[in-house]
Design a binder for this molecule. Structure first.
Ligand code: XMP
Length: 511
């Protein structure tokens, strides 16, 4: 079944994926595509509505992305946000000017004319702005629909042609009625049916996978992360015992992680699960290695080797499942950003497995949708809400050489940290939180004895997409109990420090 689709054209703003996620949350499937998509391609895509995102440019810059005017003659409703709104005004003959000062933050927005876009929105409400240029004059045929003190055209539109623009960001939570405005665009302007649900997705995918797989053989590498776990549960529903999962225990996982994978997937779900115990191999390879990138490369290469050996034992399979998700396949409107760290994932597997075809059952889903699918499939919160863990896992949270002793200290400290965060009810508010074992030792006093042990650093961040992050404001009392427990319960740790650096300039991981 073909779902109704909205097209979100990406003009490079930082909230673009958030817009697409909000649209999906409202029950309408959408795709985020680069802003240079041709009018023919847009027509062929057949969206029920088009959203232009924000972006960092000014419409008057020669190199700034523009839009073909013909897009407004397709009869498809259009909604422009921030730069998107300015671009509509500019393209249709309105005036955009540079404001004296940039406007950033909350403003009171007053609706001056009711349209389907403002249904259910009070005449005054808070909206969130982030712009320098502003629309001074709307194009002919358009009307000003809302204003703020400092922004003469906060919302404008033409209800007949169904083209609207807002200067603020409806997708961020600080815009009180932002979700309502997006919902109005989808349901009251585009006439959406709301046919995108996760239970529907599970049913549909199970059917598709069943048809495709039949009684053929399927192989999947379980990483311990959310994506591969949900992909495994979904494919298992369709393929049962024809699916074999391989979990490589490289000994760098967090405390109890391997046990949990065995319990959930083998014992509870009854999957065909092969546990490859490669702990000593990885430790040997990592002996004496201190450089972060070298660690990553060694782990990536060794992971593939272990997997290859296991795959050889299984022999030829028909399908290889990968847990690719939508953000991995989106082509950004801005082009590719610089590689800061070489991220290890299972991308190298296709080369070492004898298979006919790759299956990526989650490639249309955002992370929050993957989680909802996991819950639909009966996976517990501890699996579905597992925080992201880098492929090299604890190896890049141990500064310097990775040893079994340091791994043990880190696993224990990290476990306490996570346990206390969960008990304090902060586990969903904080995006990622983990312990790091630094390579400094400090003097301490425990009982009547002098100690000389490791410093444990705590890292906890809030983020939307891991591209930027802020350090989490964990209450002092919670930090205190974490510190007390770590220094009391964990061997070889006598000091705890809290990392208060944002990204940038730091990265989330320490290595
Ligand atoms: P950084 O440290 O670059 O991390 O700010 C951003 C996000 O990526 C994760 N990360 C990795 N994930 N392999 C992965 O699969 C890696 O080598 C790797 N390094 C960092 C990190 O945990 C954070 O969520």
């Amino acid at each position: 079944m073909q779902h109704q689709r909205v097209l979100v054209l990406d003009f490079g703003g930082q909230y673009n994926q958030l817009i697409a996620r909000r649209v999906r949350d409202l029950g309408v499937y959408c795709d985020l595509k680069p802003c240079d998509m041709s009018v023919e391609a847009i027509k062929a895509y057949a969206p029920i509505g088009i959203i232009f995102t924000g972006g960092p440019n000014s419409v008057y810059d020669e190199t700034s992305p523009k839009i073909d005017r013909a897009v407004f003659s397709l009869g498809i409703p259009v909604f422009g946000i921030c730069y998107g709104a300015q671009l509509i005004a500019f393209t249709m003959g309105g005036t955009v000017i540079r404001a004296a000062t940039s406007e950033y933050g909350k403003r009171e927005c007053t609706i001056v004319k009711e349209t389907p876009m403002s249904e259910g929105v009070p005449s005054k409400s808070v909206c969130w702005m982030s712009h320098t240029d502003l629309i001074e004059k709307v194009p002919s045929g358009f009307e000003v629909l809302a204003v703020t003190d400092s922004c003469p055209v906060t919302m404008y539109g033409d209800p007949v042609r169904k083209i609207y623009g807002v200067q603020f960001h409806p997708e961020v939570v600080h815009t009180e009625y932002g979700n309502r405005i997006l919902e109005n665009f989808l349901y009251r302007v585009c006439g959406a049916a709301g046919d995108w649900t996760m239970s529907g997705f599970v049913e549909e995918q199970t059917r598709i996978l069943k048809d495709k797989i039949g009684d053929k053989k399927v192989l999947l590498a379980l990483s311990g992360g959310v994506d591969s776990a949900v992909a495994a549960a979904l494919v298992h529903r369709a393929a049962g015992k024809n699916l074999t999962c391989v979990f490589v225990d490289h000994g760098l996982h967090r405390k109890y992680e391997t046990e949990e994978v065995m319990r959930v997937f083998r014992d509870e779900m009854g999957m065909n699960l092969i546990m490859a115990d490669a702990r000593s191999r990885f430790l040997q390879k990592l002996a004496g290695v201190t450089d972060p990138e070298t660690k990553r490369k060694i782990i990536g290469a060794e992971f593939i080797k272990v997997f290859e050996e296991e795959a050889k034992k299984i022999g030829a399979v028909d399908f290889l499942v990968q847990g690719t998700i939508y953000p991995d396949v989106i082509e950004s409107g801005k082009g590719k950003s610089a590689v800061i760290k070489s991220h290890h994932n299972v991308g190298g597997l296709p080369d070492v497995v004898d298979f006919k075809e790759i299956i990526e059952p989650l490639r249309d889903l955002f992370k929050d949708e993957v989680r909802r699918v996991g819950t639909e499939l009966g996976l517990s919160d501890s699996v579905v809400w597992r925080q992201p863990c880098p492929g090299p896992a604890l190896a890049i949270r141990i500064m310097g050489e990775v040893t079994e002793e340091k791994l043990e200290t880190l696993r224990d400290a990290d476990f306490i940290f996570r346990d206390e965060i969960r008990k304090a009810g902060l586990d969903r508010a904080i995006w990622q939180y983990f312990a790091v074992i630094t390579n400094s030792k400090t003097v301490g006093v425990q009982g009547d004895f002098r100690t000389y042990e490791n410093v444990i650093a705590l890292r906890a961040i809030t983020s939307v997409d891991a591209m930027t992050a802020d350090w989490a404001r964990i209450p002092f009392e919670v930090l205190e109990s974490i510190s007390t427990r770590i220094t009391n319960e964990v061997e070889h740790a006598n000091r705890v420090v809290y990392d208060i650096t944002s990204k940038p300039p730091a990265t989330i991981e320490w290595e």
